[in-house]
Write a protein that binds this ligand. Structure first.
Ligand code: NAD
Length: 307
């Protein structure tokens, strides 16, 4: 059975997603779309040159009509990240870009999976849901999957425990409004607080949360972009859907009241994403309050911008 994917936006993020998916051999055809047509032509050639020894996927310059043949669509169109402006400050220009893309998707009645990683990702996930007639389990924002990895990397380095022995999540808004769930973090299967006491380690949770939020900006300061982390997140989301894993992942999803989107733990399987029942046990009071602030900030922005 043929399986195809489309990618809209071929900057640093989009092309890295292409490369990451190519290595997996999951797709017969990878359709590339960008407003910069000569960029697409060049990337198709370069990716094809790079794929011959390791992949059977074919790269093609795509049109919106080609997207009627895809099972997954990834949107990474946008403007490069800045180390000085927040992700939410980019909202007006990002919505303008999305208006063009979503109008084209409406025209072809696109109704398969959409994975959004353009920023501000939670706002754009919500906006995509509002504009397209697609069920909410198929509209997926990369959300705080990357922030969660960053949290576990930072914690792992601070306490010298392997990344894989840490279970913990970051939820809420991707970036500035994200919330680290310290209270449910497990180190070697022991709750973080107990572990720290037992090993006589003192950690400043606020500082760690701040470090997680700053990490993307630090990368942008050093190399003007971030793409390895996010492209592997997109790859991982797609594999969880294709292989019907039912894994719990922190991804941006449309709220129950359908008035905003941000990351919560969702089950991921071949039907897409759905709210996980376990969510209600996750948060302590401080974390609950931070999640409410994160949500209020997003809802206010949606109302202010009339999205
Ligand atoms: P970039 O500037 O390198 O690339 C953006 C690409 O989008 C360009 O090639 C541009 O031509 C294209 N584009 C713009 N408008 C378009 C349109 N209407 N239709 C099709 N293509 C269009 O930026 P980047 O570094 O690749 O980042 C892309 C997006 O991903 C940004 O919004 C960035 O903030 C976001 N990002 C998200 C995460 C995350 O964790 N969610 C991480 C890194 C970057």
């Amino acid at each position: 059975m043929e399986r195809n994917v489309g990618i809209i936006g071929l900057g640093g993020v989009g092309k890295m997603i292409c490369y990451s998916l190519m290595k997996e051999n999951l797709f017969n055809n990878i359709y590339l779309i960008d407003i910069n047509e000569s960029l697409v032509e060049a990337e198709v050639k370069d990716l094809t040159d790079g794929s011959l020894f390791s992949s059977f996927s074919k790269f093609k310059k795509g049109s919106y009509n080609d997207l009627t043949k895809v099972d997954f669509l990834i949107i990474s169109a946008g403007i490069s990240q800045s180390s000085t402006s927040s992700r939410l400050e980019q909202v007006d220009s990002a919505v303008k870009i999305f208006d063009e893309i979503l109008n084209n998707l409406k025209r072809i009645n696109y109704d398969k999976f959409i994975i959004i990683c353009s920023n501000p990702v939670d706002i754009l996930t919500y906006y995509t849901y509002k504009k397209l007639n697609i069920s909410k389990n198929k509209i997926i924002g990369s959300g705080t999957l990357l922030d969660t990895n960053r949290y576990k990397i930072i914690l792992s380095e601070l306490i010298n425990v392997p990344f894989n022995n840490i279970s913990g999540y970051v939820l809420g808004e991707h970036g500035e409004g994200s919330v680290n769930l310290f209270s449910s973090t497990l180190i070697n299967n022991v709750p973080l607080n107990f572990y720290l006491k037992e090993h006589n380690i003192s950690l400043n949770y606020e500082e760690i949360e701040e470090k997680v939020k700053r990490r993307g900006f630090e990368i942008v300061e050093g190399k003007k972009a971030t793409f390895f982390g996010i492209s592997e997140c997109v790859n991982y989301i797609i594999k969880n859907i294709i292989f019907d894993t039912n894994n719990l992942l922190p991804l941006s999803t449309i709220s129950i009241k359908e008035d905003f989107a941000y990351s919560y733990l969702v089950n991921v399987n071949k039907s897409g994403i759905s709210f996980a029942k376990e969510n209600e046990y996750l948060l302590d009071n401080i974390e609950k309050e931070k999640m409410i602030n994160s949500k209020d900030r997003l809802i206010k922005l949606i109302k202010d911008k009339n999205l």
